[in-house]
Design a protein around this ligand. Structure first.
Ligand code: DAT
Ligand code: MG
Length: 150
């Protein structure tokens, strides 16, 4: 286990439903450090890069259209095992299988409207952070660091 960065994005449905603050709160409360944050209305071309691995899936056109339908709240969170823990905080891809207590398990019903994205590996996190934040993350001392891990 080590300090990692993960890319988390509240999808257009999550923004419209007013869930940005709740999702940010969960990552703050868990002890993660916010190192990048912005609202982006992404183009289909940009989103095809983000979801390049899924090109060819039957749901791909619908996924791109949904993700381009409004702004997303893009962020980078840093901390101990941020990628794995971020995924467990999100819950399963299909909200039908997401446990209550997870973001998707608390707020979502349908796989095509599952309100939040999270990187699935350290490698994809690095790729996604570069794509969404070419300007880089913010460096600062986190006041809680000494209280959240050794
Ligand atoms: P995740 O977002 O959990 O990493 P993924 O990378 O496999 O899941 O897929 C990206 C998104 O595509 C997912 O959040 C919702 C959509 N999606 C995945 N599988 C789908 C399916 N079978 N039908 C409709 N949308 C799907
Ligand atoms: Mg994924």
């Amino acid at each position: 286990s080590k300090t990692e960065r993960t890319f988390i994005a509240v999808k257009p449905d999550g923004v419209q439903r007013g869930l940005v603050g709740n999702i940010i709160s969960r990552f703050e409360a868990r002890g993660f450090k916010l190192v990048a944050l912005k609202l982006v209305h992404a183009s289909p071309e940009f989103l095809e890069k983000h979801y390049a691995d899924l090109k060819g899936k039957p749901f791909f056109p619908g996924l791109i259209k949904y993700m381009a339908s409004g702004p997303v709240a893009a962020m980078v969170w840093e901390g101990l095992d941020a990628v794995k823990t971020g995924r467990s905080m999100l819950g399963a891809t299909n909200p039908l299988a997401s446990a209550p207590g997870t973001i998707r398990g608390d707020f979502a019903l349908a796989v095509g409207r599952n309100i939040c994205h999270g990187s699935d590996s350290v490698e994809s996190a690095e790729k996604e952070i570069k794509l969404w934040f070419p300007e880089g993350a913010i460096q600062y001392t986190h006041a809680l660091a000494d209280w959240t891990f050794e």
